[in-house]
Every structure is written in C-alpha cells, then in structure tokens.
Design a protein around this ligand. Structure first.
Ligand SMILES: [Zn+2]
Ligand SMILES: [Zn+2]
Length: 828
C-alpha cells in the first residue's frame, strides 16, 4: 500500500495510463481464447471529417463504457476501430480546398488528394479518440479505402450478384444534380422551404373550358404525361378519359382517375410529370404512362424541353412562369411553405431521374428486417420503431451505384460486342476494372475479346454495411461465426435509417442471418442552450478543448450523465466541472484512506470486529452493486453514474468515513479488532467503488488502484479485475435501518452544534439520549463508541436512557431525544 500523491494531475495521469494500457495489451481481443464468452461491439467506422466533435465523444464514451463493463464481467471483448473513408463528403471537401471540380483533373490525381485529406482527418480524429481513453483494440484498425477492404466489399457484391440480389436496371432514382450522382433515399434530407404555388389553366380539348392545376414545379410542364383527378371528386370526375392541352406545349394528354389524389390539396387537379416527385413515379408505373426525360444529369433541361432546353431548372421555371403569364394561362401565384428533398451532403435539391444503375434488391427483405428488429433488445426500446417505420415506408430498392471517383469500384466489365455483363470472379478481387481487364480470354456469350470497364463505383454504405461480418473475420477466418452476429451494434438516432438498416439487409441477404443481437442508440449533442450545436450560434464546444481543459474522466462523466440513453443531450460545461469536482473528492478520499491503511494487511488473519456502521456501509455497497450492474446491463449510463457519485460523495464520504474516523485513529490495543474492522471495510468498499466507476472514469480509478491495491491483487490493471459480484448475504435491511438511525442521531447533534454557531471540533461535554424504548436504546448502545468518537464526547459523559424524554425527537429516529451540552470556544 502506497500513500497517494497529494495532487491530482489529470493530464499526466490520463496520458500515462493511455500509453501503459497499450503496452500491457489488455484491450486485445484474444482470437485463440474460445473459453471466455466473446462480446463484440460493431463500432461504426466514422466518416473522417476532421476534428473530433462532442457528438463523437458521446458515441465513443458509450461504446467504451460497454466494452469496459463487459471486459470486467469476464467477456473476451472485441472493440474494433475502422474508418469509413469514401464518400461524397470528402470529394466535396477536396473540390473546395483545391477550388476545382472533380472532372477538371485526372481521376488518379483527384483520388490521391482524397486519400491525403482522409489520412489527415483520420489522424485528427484518432488523436481525440485516444485522448478519451477508449479501450479500442488498435490491432484491428482498418480503412475502407484500402484495397484489402475493397476486396471484402467487392466480394460481397459478387456473392449478392450470384444470389440475384444485385441487378442492373433503368429505374427512377434520386439524383443530385450538383454532385451528378444517384443517391439513395437515406441520403435525402427533407427540409422546409418557401416556394410558390402556381395556378395554371389547362384547356380541355375542343371547348373553351379549362381546369386549374396548382403546382410548385411549373418547369415540369414540358414533361407532363397525364392530368389526374380523384374519381370520387364530383367536380371533375366527369372529365376522366377526356383529352386536355398541356400549356405552352403543342400536345395533349389524357385526364385519368386516381384515388390517391387529395381533392383538398391545391385545386384537386394534378399534373403528372416525369418526374416531379415520387408520387409521379408510382402513377406512371400504375397507369403505364410514357416517360419524357426532361432533365439531364447536371440538372439542365434536355432537348425534350423544346425552347427551354439548356436552361437550369430554376431558369426554366422563371421562363415558363413568364410565358404562362404572357399567354394568359397563369391564374395566380401564392407563396407556400413546403418540404423539399435535398442531398444530405451538398444540400442541392434532389431530382428524380430515370437512369441505368446497379440496384440491390431490398424490398423483398423488408419483412425480415422488421421481424429481426423486433426480436432483439434495443437500448432504449422505443428506438426500434425508427428502423421499423423507415423499413415499412421504403418503396424503392437500394441504388448502389454512384457516379463518383473516390469509392470502391464495381467489379464489372461489359463485352464491347454484345454488351454481356462480366462480373469479376471471387478470386479476382480486389480489382479496379478501370485499370485491369477481366481475367478471361473471351466473352462467354459471343466470344468477343474486347471489354469496357464499369466506371460507376459503389455507394459508400456498401463498404460500411458489412462491418459485422468483417469485424468477425469474414471472409478470411474460418471461425468468423464465433463472433457473428455482433453482440451489440451502436448507432445514433440520425443513422438508424442508414447504418442499422443497411447492415440488416446486407447481412440477411449474404448470410441469411441478422448481423447483431442488440442495438445501443445515442442521441445528438445539443448546444448549452438546447439548440443544435453550431459555430454560428456560438453554442459550439470543440471536443479537443474540452478534453484538454477537464480531462477524459470528467468529460466522460458528462457523456454518461448528460441524459437518458437515446435522448439528445446538451453540452454543459458545468456538468463536466461537476465531474471534475467529483474526481478531486474521490482522489482526496483515497489519499485519506491510503494514509490510514498504511499498516493494513488484507491477508493478515488478525481478529476483525465489525461494528454496526461497518455492516451498514457493506450492505449499502451491495445494494449499489446491484443497481449499477443493472444500469450497465440496460445501458442506462446516467443512472449508473448518478448512483455511484451520490453514494461515494454522500453515503461513503459524508457519513461512513466521518463516523469511523475516530476509530481509525485510535491506537490502543483493546480497540485493535474494531480499528481493523474499519480498515477492512474502508479498503473493501473503496475497491468496489473504483471497480464500479472504472468503465466511466478509467484513468483516475486505475491510478488509485495501482497505488493502493495492485500489490495485493493479482491483476495488473483495474480494467481487467472481475466485476464485483453481488453478495446478497451481506444485504441486511435491519442493519441498514439501524445504521440510518444512528447516522440521523449523529447528524442531529451536529446540527444543534451548528445552530449555536460552534465549530465542529468543539467537544460535547455531556450527551444524554432519551431513547424512548429499550429497542432504540440497544441500537444506540451498539454504536456508542462510534457515536462518541464522532461527536467528541467522552464515553463516561455519554448516557443512553431507555425512557421517554422532553423535547424534539430525531425525525428519522422517532422517540429519540438527544440532550447535549457543548464546550466553549477558548480564545488564545
Ligand atoms: Zn449533392
Ligand atoms: Zn459478348
């Protein structure tokens, strides 16, 4: 047992343990150990976006608390770390910093710049994650942009193609005209915007009559293929089947009846265009309407737009509105608030284009996704509905090809002669078809010998949605199923629709098995004012600054205690400061204890005489173990941290230690067994507190452990000691009740002293306690020495009378009335 150093220098301590833990290798998953149960965390590889932000801190704190808790419970924990490198975000950043568009430079140059930027961002984020003290097994680190990872993504593509889940088709997809690529539903954000609703006259064939169509997208008039009304709408159903003129265009379309038309929206008459929105897509398919390709891939009007060809969408809108007005076809225009889909990366308005793309057949898997989501625990439970609702609302397969550069190539070629699709064989990957030819002599269909490469690449979610299998060792390890499904998939409320969903469909399709057995959800980190954290709102906290100022252990307490798991939590500096103060308190208590335990040998078999207050704190500690273990099992980190802090601060420090201090200082031989009882209790309870707190504040608890316990315990680190096992034989409600009463009595006398404005160290000259009953008197007598020692009254001046007395009793100890005479302050 070493006395603790006096000052708590968190920066030094945290850095020291971060590197020592790494040297000790204690966070390595043991691939050969098949005895311990595995626990694998499907750490979502983050997009390298530069500096770590407070949202990341919250995420990694959650992952790490689970990892540390499970490790101490005896699991062989896999806590891997990867980086999801590809993506539009990086391409856009490179375009911005180099002030170019990706098509302005050779693709190789552009990709090299992307890699350079990603490496820099990874280094920044990694520094932050290390500083948080996350117990990651760094030997697992991977980057999805490396060919070795391409191999896995491409292999999964090939296998899914063999199982007919991957197909090529010409279908409407979400299209970002700025980035000139297809995007999936999950990459479309819906934002409220101001728009204009135009009321346009559509003239009925062969009459002067017209119907009014209200639309916010008049630029789509050149692509109008039908006009629809609700067949139950008495105003219009008589027109169904008649022809109606498309304004400004020299052609007519048919009026069709469609039950999904809302007679109350706009005028109840709707133009169907290819494609104004997703509803148009449904109607076109249902009524077998023709398709007019109005937009080009860069968001301009095509030749189908006649005189408007070549204009950008917003230019065409203005021109068409002006022409409609000039032709007397515009009845009125009014401002509206409406929802539009924008690209989640660049915020450009998303269009719907019919283009040839690769798709993954996901719709047939929807029921299986819902079923599996329902079968597993979610923390918190209600979050499962986000995945279920999203899955049920999907109506398109997943478009997996992208028209980008920095991504995993699609391992496909086409025969120049007959267009046969040549998919790479499993043993060819990783391969970049843009650089290499298919490894076959001739086309299997037409014997042609010339091939063109697929230049489209894969959606970045194709990389990251196989992590559960990849972390487990697929496809290289024969025993990968040992770690599959992952024990826990952690995700944020904002990425359930992507990460959790894509993981489910990919693994279900590939392996016919769900990828994870539980889901842990974190909310978003808000600014201190409860609004979204942003630099422009001046409520932004930079994670590196917070970590430098307060240290990881204090910051992690904020993450654990900031709010219920799954809810959005604000970043409040005062929460981190409170965490800091708690650590200082614990440090000081450990320092005090270490001094009084210098002569304590836990292995000695000298007599120990446990007192009521010892048994009281021991019983309460067991109850704490029960509550904290239960909270960690349910990922209720806020409950765990609050229970530990309240117990340590108020029960352990304020009550227990204060009331046994005197006993601990007593040196006479006849109290040796009682003194040892206090030492043993102090030693044992503090150890369990350190263990319970280790997942939340690993550095400080480790430092105390190394000073006070490491010599006696067999474990080289607190982090690999075994989680305290509940011993319910030590829980005794009667003892807890009696101890509470004794504490209330001590508190009552102290309060009386304070009421007379006397310092706490003033002795009590005499103390008479009227107990009211013999039973109450017995409780007090059993702790007489501790009471006397704490209140500084000589045993001879302390009498307990088992009779009723006069005056106010102790509220928590009914019928007990203490009468104290205090000494006076002697002035020097
Ligand atoms: Zn975009
Ligand atoms: Zn061919």
């Amino acid at each position: 047992m070493h006395p603790m150093p006096k000052d708590y220098n968190f920066a030094e301590i945290e850095q020291k343990w971060q590197s020592r833990w790494e040297e000790m290798d204690i966070y390595r998953y043991d691939w050969n150990d098949k005895k311990r149960m595995p626990f694998s965390i499907d750490t979502p590889p983050p997009y390298p976006s530069g500096e770590l932000h407070m949202g990341n801190v919250l995420n990694w704190a959650y992952f790490d608390m689970v990892a540390r808790f499970k490790r101490m419970q005896g699991f062989n924990v896999l806590f891997p770390q990867g980086w999801d490198c590809h993506g539009l975000g990086i391409e856009i950043q490179v375009e911005k910093t180099k002030n170019i568009r990706k098509r302005d430079v050779p693709p190789d140059q552009f990709r090299a710049w992307c890699i350079e930027l990603v490496e820099r961002y990874i280094a920044m984020m990694k520094e932050g994650i290390l500083k948080m003290g996350a117990s990651i097994d760094w030997s697992t680190e991977y980057k999805t942009m490396n060919p070795d990872y391409w191999r896995r993504t491409q292999l999964s593509f090939i296998l899914l193609h063999k199982k007919s889940y991957m197909y090529q088709g010409t279908h409407p997809v979400n299209w970002c005209p700025r980035d000139e690529t297809a995007i999936a539903d999950a990459e479309v954000d819906h934002v409220k915007k101001e728009g204009t609703l135009h009321y346009i006259r559509f003239h009925l064939e062969g009459s002067g009559e017209y119907l009014l169509v209200a639309t916010s997208r008049p630029e789509f008039i050149p692509a109008c293929v039908a006009v629809e009304v609700n067949p139950k709408d008495e105003r219009y159903n008589k027109y169904i089947g008649r022809k109606i003129a498309v304004p400004l265009m020299n052609r007519e379309v048919t009026i069709i009846g469609e039950e999904s038309v809302d007679p109350c929206f706009g005028t109840g008459v709707v133009q169907i265009c290819t494609y104004g929105d997703k509803e148009d897509v449904k109607t076109v398919i249902k009524h077998k309407l023709p398709v007019i390709r109005l937009l080009t891939e860069n968001g301009k009007i095509s030749d189908a737009g006649c005189e408007y060809a070549g204009l950008y969408v917003n230019q065409a809108r203005a021109a068409i509105v002006a022409d409609l007005a000039a032709a007397g076809l515009l009845e009125k225009s009014e401002k509206i608030q409406h929802e539009v889909g924008v690209c989640d990366r660049c915020k450009a308005q998303v269009e719907i284009l019919e283009v040839k793309q690769w798709f993954m057949k996901t719709m047939p898997l929807s029921e299986a996704v819902v079923r599996n989501a329902e079968q597993i625990p979610w923390y918190p439970d209600y979050m499962k509905n986000r995945l279920i609702d999203w899955t049920r609302a999907l109506d398109w397969d997943w478009v997996v090809s992208r028209q980008r550069l920095f991504a995993t190539p699609i391992p496909v070629w086409y025969c120049k002669k007959c267009n046969e699709v040549i998919v790479a064989q499993e043993e060819w990957v990783p391969i970049d078809p843009r650089m290499e030819k298919p490894r076959i002599e001739k086309c299997p269909k037409c014997a042609g010998t010339e091939f063109t490469a697929e230049t489209d690449v894969l959606d970045t979610w194709m990389d990251s949605s196989i992590t559960c299998a990849v972390h487990a060792g697929w496809p290289d390890r024969k025993d990968w199923k040992h770690l599959f499904p992952a024990s826990m998939h952690p995700s944020g409320t904002d990425i359930i629709r992507t990460w959790a969903y894509y993981l489910m469909v990919r693994h279900l399709a590939l392996f016919n098995e769900r990828p994870f057995n539980s889901v842990l959800i974190n909310g978003m980190v808000l600014g201190s004012d409860g609004r979204k954290m942003s630099k422009s709102l001046k409520n932004y906290a930079a994670a590196p600054e917070v970590l430098n100022k307060y240290g990881a252990d204090a910051t992690r307490q904020w993450a654990a205690g900031g709010g219920a798991t799954g809810s959005d939590i604000p970043y409040r500096a005062q929460d981190v400061e409170y965490g800091r103060r708690f650590l200082v308190k614990l440090w000081n208590v450990a320092g005090f204890a270490s001094n009084l335990l210098v002569d304590y040998d836990p292995k000695s078999n000298e007599e120990v005489d446990l007192q009521l207050l010892d048994k009281w704190i021991i019983s309460k500690t067991e109850n704490l173990i029960k509550k904290v273990t239960d909270a960690f099992e349910k990922c209720q980190f806020n409950i765990a941290v609050e229970e530990i802090r309240n117990f340590t601060w108020h029960v352990f420090c304020d009550y227990y230690i204060e009331s046994v201090k005197d006993r601990l200082y007593r040196q006479e031989k006849k109290s040796a067994a009682k003194r040892r009882a206090a030492q043993q209790t102090l030693y044992g309870v503090l150890y369990k507190l350190l263990q319970l707190l280790a997942p939340i504040a690993p550095h400080l608890t480790e430092e105390i452990y190394q000073n006070m316990y490491a010599e006696d315990k067999v474990f080289k680190s607190l982090q690999i000691t075994l989680w305290p096992k509940l011993d319910s034989t030590l829980i005794d409600e009667t003892i807890e009740d009696e101890g509470d009463k004794v504490m209330a009595l001590i508190e009552n006398v102290r309060r009386k002293k304070a009421a007379q404005k006397l310092p706490l160290n003033i002795p009590v000259l005499s103390l008479e306690v009227y107990a009211g009953t013999q039973a109450s008197a017995d409780i007090i007598i059993s702790s007489k020495e501790d009471i006397a020692g704490t209140l500084k009254v000589a045993m001879g001046d302390f009498t307990v009378i088992p009779k009723a007395g006069q005056g106010q009793d102790v509220p928590q100890f009914p019928g007990v009335i203490p009468v104290a005479i205090f000494g006076t302050v002697t002035k020097k």
